[in-house]
Design a protein around this ligand. Structure first.
Ligand code: GLC
Length: 729
């Protein structure tokens, strides 16, 4: 059987195979030669000449690292920032046949010696992961490919793996991690823009997590090829993975606590970035931007940010203004600020090849660019090597001019990286605009923060390292302000640097429905500050679709309406008076809940809990909650059930077990574990409050600038005279 049998991308229903290896030389790790004790783990030599290190990161987290070559590389990761628990004292026992490692009160690992086969158990001694004896971990020295397989129960479901246009659970799918510029992606298409090789499995209500820290084009076959097995692998690098066993209660919350301890948590966003953002490709010239701001204020629509898409630049040269269309950017931005509106500008990675453009000549002189060049908006363009710390510092310092112009936020796009390709390549299979060659050649050489390597290895971290350069540059220039960086591409750990939006979606009901499985999975991949373009980027939404999408988006962590060029309105005032009023109420509701949203981000900081949560996160043992893909929780206390069907004025809602829920609008009470058809006229987003909760609120405001003077209050869900009621205070 070939080693990596399936590396596929699904485009609609069609599966296109590319890169099937028929390696005769694949081999398993073989029998154990020797077991050497190390601090909190062991180093194992194997008959295949591979070496394996097994260690504990903390009580409940095990790390497995295999170097097929027999020699480990320096232990460097773009994802990992946590350090192993120093107080841990792992007990190690080894006899002829087995070795066992146990963390007191925590997980246990045992492996047989002939052959080497791993079993990982939780603190109660239940098996969490067990290598599949019929397909043991393997590699090919000739091709560099590596792979690990574990037994699975056919009922096991999987969540996470970043941003996918797939159903809520990834079981029965093969997914690929390869950041791709997928203009107008389809429901079912894989991969998209983010590669986060981390998933949470759920079996019998008990959670576990697996993080495969490998930046190559990794794949995860989650019961698709064989229902009793899941497999992950890569075309290169080390077999380096972490298993989160979930502690005593095996809760999803514990998995995310430990994953976020390992890969970091999102910093608190600036409060204004939690307000509403309006964008379009592109508002130009400056008068258009002023008009948008005026429309918002005239229509009393709350707004905190306007995004400037690529046309503000001089010939798409990054860090410049087109002086013809934006002659006085600082004045424009000051005037916007007077109206409570911040400017967010797009900053793409590629620098126009133009000898007269100082940034380009400086980049050449400083050795900052990758070879070869590519083609993006400005034509021929040079890509900074963001895996070079000097280049990150150089690029990050360029934000100085924008900061002195008063720009508040930065939007890093095209950072998969995307490089346009000639039409004849596009005609080759697969004939799609998101052709896999729409990036740099795989042989492109990167500095790799001291471990030189090619693009096949560093492609997936390019966008993340660009976002890092932006955030670190902004903090260096202005240490007193929380930066706002938005990115399209990322890898595990991206949450430390930026918010993420889900790229070029479409103005359709299907894509509105996709936002919940897409965003909740990205959320449990450790990334809390997320959103999808409201209204759908390409295409013209009907007034109804826009209004419903605005409602659904209003309780997602990042809330922005955006549009491709040439399409109808995506502005909340663009659909006539009746809809302006409906849309105003929607955005006002978001602002009313801002204190609660801020508290959700604080909770993420403290515990790693997501802000936007799938139902299974809160109720992993409730079978009806687990695969619910039409509702989500905002923090612990709000249940959101957006209307996502054209013409619908009622919505079917499932109330998760264990709590009582009160309809925000009608006060009706629903017991957990029941379902109901709930009224949802066009002007209403169905939202429910958990009995016992106190939701902090604000009086209506036009922007977060008004928070200091806004009236603070709360809504409490309490029992009164034997009845559950909502009380506003
Ligand atoms: C990409 C982005 C989109 C942006 C456009 C122009 O398609 O995903 O949001 O508007 O480029 O910059």
């Amino acid at each position: 059987m070939p080693l990596l049998l399936l590396r596929v991308i699904a485009v609609g229903c069609a599966l296109i195979c590319f890169g099937v290896l028929a390696s005769a030389q694949e081999r398993t790790l073989g029998n154990v030669g020797s077991v050497e004790k190390k601090r909190n783990g062991v180093s194992v030599t194997l008959a295949s000449r591979a070496v394996a290190d097994i260690s504990f990161f903390n009580r409940d987290t095990v790390r497995v690292r295999v170097a097929p070559s027999g020699k480990f590389e320096p232990d460097q990761s773009y994802a990992v920032v946590g350090t192993p628990d120093p107080s841990l004292k792992v007990e190690i026992k080894s006899d002829k046949k087995f070795s066992t490692l146990s963390a007191p009160g925590g997980a246990r690992v045992t492996f047989s010696h002939e052959p080497f086969r791993l079993v990982i158990l939780d603190s109660a001694g239940r098996v969490v992961l067990e290598e599949d004896g019929t397909r043991l971990s393997r590699f090919s020295r000739e091709t560099g490919e590596i792979e690990a397989s574990f037994r699975r129960e056919p009922t096991e479901v999987y969540f996470g793996l970043g941003e996918k246009a797939l159903p809520l659970s990834r079981h029965n799918h093969v997914v690929t991690m390869w950041n791709t510029d997928v203009y107008r992606y389809k429901v079912g298409q894989d991969p998209l823009y983010q590669a986060i090789p981390f998933f949470i499995g759920l079996k019998d209500g008990r959670a576990f997590g697996v993080f495969f820290d490998n930046t190559w084009r990794t794949f995860f076959d989650l019961g698709k090829t064989y229902e009793k097995r899941f497999t992950f692998g890569a075309p290169g690098g080390e077999l380096n993975y972490y298993v989160f066993t979930g502690g005593d209660d095996r809760s999803p919350a514990n998995i995310l606590r430990d994953y976020s301890t390992l890969t970091g948590r999102a910093p608190m966003p600036p409060v204004w970035a939690l307000g509403f953002h309006q964008s379009r490709f592109s508002y130009t010239p400056d008068a258009k931007v002023r008009e948008v701001a005026e429309q918002f204020r005239k229509n009393r629509l709350p707004l905190d940010a306007i995004h400037f898409d690529i046309d503000y630049m001089d010939g798409f040269r990054v860090f410049t203004w087109d002086k013809k269309t934006f002659p006085e950017p600082a004045k424009l931005i000051t005037d916007l600020r007077m109206q409570g509106i911040k400017a967010v500008v797009i900053v793409d990675p590629a620098v126009k090849v133009d000898e007269k453009y100082p940034l380009y000549s400086e980049g050449v002189a400083g050795g900052h660019f990758l070879e070869p060049r590519g083609r993006v908006w400005p034509g021929e363009a040079a890509f900074p090597d963001f895996t070079n710390p000097k280049t990150r510092a150089w690029f990050g310092a360029q934000y100085k001019g924008f900061l002195s112009d008063g720009v508040a936020g930065f939007w890093n796009d095209m950072n998969e990286p995307s490089s346009f390709i000639p039409d004849d390549t596009l005609k080759k299979e697969p004939a799609t605009a998101d052709h896999p060659e729409r990036t740099l050649p795989l042989s492109t050489k990167h500095v790799g923060d001291g471990i030189a390597g090619d693009h096949a290895r560093y492609h997936n971290v390019y966008g993340m390292q660009m976002a890092r350069s932006s955030r670190e540059g902004l903090l260096a220039l202005n240490p007193n302000e929380r930066p706002f960086v938005l990115t399209r591409a990322g890898y595990a750990g991206i949450q430390r640097y930026a918010a993420v939006w889900s790229g070029d979606n479409t103005a359709s009901w299907d894509h509105l429905r996709l936002t919940i499985p897409l965003l909740t999975n990205l959320s449990v991949s450790g990334v809390p500050f997320i959103g999808a373009d409201v209204g759908g980027f390409t295409g013209s939404p009907s007034a109804e679709l826009f209004a419903r999408w605005l409602q659904a988006g209003s309780l997602t962590p990042f809330f922005r309406a955006h549009s491709d060029r040439g399409f109808g309105p995506h502005e909340p005032y663009g659909f006539g008076d009746k809809f302006t009023e409906i849309n105003r109420a929607t955005i006002e509701f978001r602002y009313l809940l801002l204190p609660y949203l801020i508290a959700c981000f604080e909770e993420h900081q403290a515990t790693g809990a997501p802000v936007m949560r799938p139902l299974w996160y809160a109720c992993p043992t409730d079978p009806q909650a687990i695969l619910n893909d039409s509702q989500f929780l905002l923090g612990r206390d709000l249940l959101v059930a957006p209307v996502m069907e054209e013409g619908a004025t009622k919505v079917g809602v499932y109330f998760p077990k264990g709590d009582t829920w009160i309809d925000w609008h009608s006060g009706s009470v629903y017991e957990g574990g029941t379902s109901a058809q709930v009224d949802a006229p066009l002007e209403r987003l169905p939202v429910f409050v958990r009995l016992g909760a106190t939701i902090p609120t604000l009086s209506p405001i036009q922007s977060t600038d008004e928070i200091p003077t806004a009236k603070k209050g709360s809504v409490k869900a309490v029992m009164k005279n034997g009845k559950a009621v909502l009380v506003a205070e």
